[in-house]
Design a protein around this ligand. Structure first.
Ligand code: FAD
Length: 351
């Protein structure tokens, strides 16, 4: 049987879409060359419902978090792996105002699921906390490398993953079905990260990619918990932490830079009261959309060629719910919410 859908890219977007199609019983195949974009592999994998600056909850937070937790548990069982760490996160209050807002939110209905009381700085003597700190209990992280690796192995075992570079010109669209190599598909979904900007099927401008850099540090005196302050530290085991992250727009060079390394080291020195040693440094380019919302929908040039992109800084928490809705769209045509439909751009750009 020919697969119904070809997914191009096995980052967070393509991997999560593949498994939601699997759950919906829609046949698919994935093609990926992991060396083209490293965004999902470099990511710290944090999920955090709270926007600290304004002490708001993020876009569709409740539904996204709920689906993400049940989805990642399902994948852990399916692939017999363990990558989801929903153990909360310690927030270092960024200012007196943020701390005040935090304490006000604690009195509002619904927030008790997300945040806890502020604790005095002395409780975390390894941190510099001029405004004290508190725990976000609904936050956590997934080890993205482990997630992509476990699902990649599972897909390979099921003969559902081809490791290759997808060349745009190799897609034949003249037949009733779309044809790539000797295979036929009803639909192609591009989940190619920041490379969407080079895709001839999507000539409109959607992306404003944001390059990000992270350090891997060793800090034996730092407890293995997630810390979020000016920068974040995510525990990797063996006294190691991922520290990030930086932002730089309009950069196509994916290599790490000395400038951003120093920026992270300086922020870390201010945040930690314990010694650390830098042991690695990585970079990736986040596929961020101009209006900061994800995009899904068909090309204006071919109604069976789709893009799913723009997970930006929140791929871990957004991908499971959005791909569930996309699978439903493919199953029975249930419309995609306007918020992240690609049509919001296509309509504007054609008028
Ligand atoms: C430093 C940094 C830290 C981050 N931290 C977090 C975080 O803590 N939490 C969070 O939720 N998000 C985080 N993100 C953002 C998150 O990583 C992105 O939302 C996510 O990576 C987007 O996934 P994607 O699958 O769309 O793109 P990508 O990760 O870029 O994946 C695209 C895949 O397609 C492949 N590909 C592209 N073109 C082709 C082709 N022609 N043929 C074959 N394969 C192809 C690529 O090699 C890659 O495997 C971070 C990002 C960075 C850079």
């Amino acid at each position: 049987m020919n697969p119904e859908i070809l997914i191009v890219g096995q980052g967070l977007a393509g991997t999560t879409l593949a498994l939601q199609l699997y759950r919906s019983g829609i046949p698919f195949l994935v093609v990926d060359n992991p060396s083209i974009s490293r965004s999902s592999r470099v990511a710290a994998g944090l999920f955090n419902p709270v926007v600290f600056k304004r002490m708001n909850l993020g876009w569709r937070t409740h539904d996204c978090l709920k689906e993400a937790m049940s989805f990642y548990r399902f994948v852990e069982q399916l692939t017999e792996s363990s990558f989801c760490h929903a153990n909360g996160m310690h927030r270092i209050h960024g200012s007196a105002d943020e701390r005040k807002l935090w304490d006000e939110r604690l009195l509002e209905l619904g927030w008790e699921h997300h945040i806890e009381d502020t604790l005095p700085a002395e409780n975390h003597p390894w941190l510099n906390q001029p405004f004290d700190g508190a725990r976000v209990k609904s936050a956590g992280f997934i080890n993205t490398l482990e997630y992509l690796h476990s699902v990649g192995n599972w897909l390979k075992n099921q003969h559902l993953l081809i490791e290759a570079t997808f060349q745009y010109e190799a897609l034949r669209t003249s037949e009733p079905m779309l044809q790539w190599q000797d295979l036929q598909f009803n639909k192609v979904v591009f989940c190619e990260g920041f490379k969407l900007a080079e895709n001839p099927w999507f000539p409109e401008s959607y992306l404003n990619p944001a390059k990000g850099e992270v350090l891997i540090i060793e800090a034996p005196d730092l407890p293995q918990e997630v810390i979020n302050g000016k920068v974040y530290c995510v525990p990797l085991g063996n006294n190691q932490f991922k520290v990030g992250s930086t932002y730089a727009w309009n950069q196509s060079n994916p290599l790490p830079t000395e400038e951003k390394k120093q920026e992270l080291i300086q922020a870390l020195q201010k945040m930690l009261c314990v010694p650390f040693e830098v042991i690695d440094h990585e970079a990736g380019i986040r596929p961020t959309v101009i209006d900061r919302r994800p995009i899904f929908g068909a090309s204006t040039l071919h109604s069976n060629i789709f893009a799913f992109n723009g997970l930006g800084t929140k791929g871990v928490v957004l991908a499971p719910l959005l791909t569930k809705e996309i699978a439903q769209f493919f199953l029975d045509g249930t419309p995609i919410p306007e918020d992240y439909s690609i049509e919001r751009f296509q309509w504007k750009q054609s008028h």
